[in-house]
Design a protein around this ligand. Sequence first.
Ligand code: ATP
Ligand code: MG
Length: 248
Amino acid sequence: MIEVRNLTVKYDGHVALENLTFSLEHPSFLVILGPNGAGKTTLLKTFLGLIPYEGEIRIFGKEPREVRNLLGYMPQRDRINRSVPLRVKDVVMMPLLVTIGLKKEVVKRAREALRGVGMEKYWNADFRSLSGGQQQRVFLARTLARNPKAILLDEPFSATDVATKMAVIKILHRLKRERTIILVTHDVNPLVECTDKVLLLNRKMIGFGRLIDVITEENMERLYGTRVPIIRRENVCYTVGGDIHVRP
Ligand SMILES: Nc1ncnc2c1ncn2[C@@H]1O[C@H](COP(=O)(O)OP(=O)(O)OP(=O)(O)O)[C@@H](O)[C@H]1O
Ligand SMILES: [Mg+2]
């Protein structure tokens, strides 16, 4: 689904991503791990065709800017103008109205998507009155409602409680049968059951492959510059300390 070869991204000469090479099948579930400033968000934005790059990227056989409409994107911190009194339904329907147009179909899709994240009863609520985690669920519904072939999620759990996190993971787990999911997180533990591949990123690629092969104490130390104990159990492994937020 994605072929990346010798990918380098620079901001005004500053190298944010250096010489990445990997490929991902469709459908599959990729988790991207790395410290702050590692280039995780930059990589997602490059896939979306928002940032110039050197090297080669093929997504479903095409260049990033040619496949924008096949990709759903949930940004790290979504910007919604807080001075505009939007209802939940508007937040979900706005992007659909542009692509689908037909109001009845848009309403149906938006309702389904909100139901999927357990937020249908907030259909008419003022978006600003929701908690951070509830807003994040609505953003996820907005991303899913467009029915993208691949979904890019940048730290979707940063404001969610455990119950929401587990509910969203369940939704993603279901989706991954037919869609590729690429998810940036600081905590791989809740995702060990659904992830197919893990990319360890710190400007360069520190590792890429199956969770069990890639999450090793040696790789974690190279990634974060500190020791992170690992617990292995049959074919999964967990990082001790869970959420890792360590500066390189
Ligand atoms: N628009 C930009 N202009 C210049 N430099 C940028 C820009 N966006 C990101 N950078 C730099 O590129 C590097 C990677 O940033 P990026 O946001 O991709 O990291 P990240 O892995 O997503 O970090 P975090 O975990 O904090 O979200 C950082 O050094 C950052 O300062
Ligand atoms: Mg980021």
